[in-house]
Design a protein around this ligand. Structure first.
Ligand SMILES: [Zn+2]
Length: 412
């Protein structure tokens, strides 16, 4: 409706040629801020002629600014909008909208100019100043100038009140980007205090990240301590259990490692395939593979996974021979069809096949192997990002603990 009013006004003022010259699809987003201003003008119509003359002049100047935008001369447009702000600070909202529009279009320098100009105005109210500061902080984030963005969001946090929680979230994003995990953790605690929300999953990952940093410096005890802290804030943290198991294995404490690994299916059964290989390693080290197979057979009932089937099948092959192992895999495949299982079955048949049968099996093996090579092993449940590596923080949507192993026909 506001857009319609503005277009009508512009036609009356003889700017119809602007509309004709421009692609309407590109035009609408540019019209929004000016349309908002037009609405403001309409809402503040005053019987006094002086004010009417002033609003007419403002309206005219806005149309001139708009004309520059439409003619792809945004710097001149920015000059006009900034000049207008000096005339009347009532246009703060419009300038914020215009600045964010420039940022969304990737024109961060112009967004920064507009927002810096707003902040320089002494007569801004506290809430307007905070809005402008946060907008400028986002400009710097978009430009990748994190140190400036950090300073600005810290200023908003110091001011307190509305905007504090949002700024703390932005600061957390900056510290995560910079891998400054101690700062990220402190900011998270402040955010929890301010909002009353609990970010246990995120906090546990920050502790795990700190543990990783200790490990790089070979500070094993401190790493263990951070892992314990991760489990204390989030007892469902799979990553902490896996890290603990890896460290215990490194120290040769296989029984403790097994306990940590066997915790994982209760924490999140989706990660079961992550424990199979280390679990087999630990049980082999202490010569108790029967116990391992018993545990895996129990999990197979509730959580059928190709990797579990392979370990049990290998064990059967070792103890009872190839025929029994093939029978076991075939039986499991009927219950839980999987390309990975089929691929393994073909591979085993290849060992004893000859002549034309072998050629055909070879072809089938190549096809299923290629199919599996192209499939992601992990996928983010939030944004769908897939890959061959497990990222605790999704590289695409930045969510924690949302990337998990893929199951079913094409997965494990
Ligand atoms: Zn994602």
């Amino acid at each position: 409706m506001l857009n319609f009013i503005l277009v009508k006004e512009m036609c009356v003022k003889g700017f119809a040629h602007i509309i004709r010259r421009s692609t309407l699809v590109n035009l609408w987003p540019l019209l929004l801020p000016a349309a908002a201003f037009s609405g403001w003008v309409a809402a503040h119509r005053n019987p006094h002629k002086k004010i009417e003359r002033q609003t007419n002049r403002l309206s005219r100047e806005y149309v001139v600014g708009l004309n520059y935008l439409l003619n792809e001369q945004p710097d001149k447009a920015v000059d006009i909008f900034i000049k207008l702000l000096e005339v009347d600070s009532e246009t703060v909202e419009t300038h914020l909208a215009l600045g964010s529009l420039f940022r969304r279009r990737g024109e961060v320098d112009r967004a920064i100019r507009i927002h810096q100009n707003l902040i320089a105005r002494p007569q801004l109210s506290l809430s307007e100043r905070k809005e402008a500061l946060m907008a400028l902080g986002q400009d710097y984030m978009s430009a990748g100038v994190f140190d400036r963005a950090e300073r600005i969001f810290l200023e908003v946090v110091d001011l307190g009140g509305r905007g504090e929680a949002r700024s703390l979230q932005e600061l957390m994003a900056i510290y995560q980007q910079e891998k400054a995990w101690d700062k990220a953790l402190n900011t998270l605690h402040k955010f929890e205090l301010v909002t009353g929300q609990t970010l246990a999953t995120q906090a546990a990952h920050f502790h795990c990240e700190i543990a990783e940093q200790y490990l790089k410096r070979n500070q094993i005890d401190k790493a263990f301590q951070s892992i314990r802290q991760a489990l204390a804030v989030d007892k469902l943290c799979v990553r902490a259990s896996l890290m603990q198991a890896t460290l215990e294995m490194r120290q040769g404490r296989y029984k403790i490692a097994i306990r940590a690994l066997r915790r994982v299916p209760q924490q999140d059964a989706e990660f079961l395939s992550e424990i199979i290989s280390p679990l087999v390693h630990c049980y082999r080290e202490i010569n108790t593979m029967e116990e391992c197979i018993e545990f895996l057979q129990k999990t197979l009932w509730d959580h059928p996974r190709a990797s579990t089937i392979f370990v049990i099948a290998d064990y059967i092959r070792e103890k009872e021979g190839m025929d029994q192992a093939v029978d076991f895999v075939s039986e499991q495949l009927q219950k839980h069809p999987s390309i990975r299982g089929l691929n393994r079955l073909i591979f085993w048949h290849l060992e004893s096949a000859q002549g034309k049968v072998r050629d055909k099996l070879q072809m089938l093996y190549a096809i299923t192997s290629k199919f599996l090579d192209d499939k992601p092993i992990y996928r983010c449940g939030h944004c769908g990002f897939g890959g061959k590596h497990l990222h605790w923080q999704c590289p695409s949507c930045k969510q924690w603990s949302r990337t998990k192993p893929v199951h079913g026909l094409e997965g494990d």
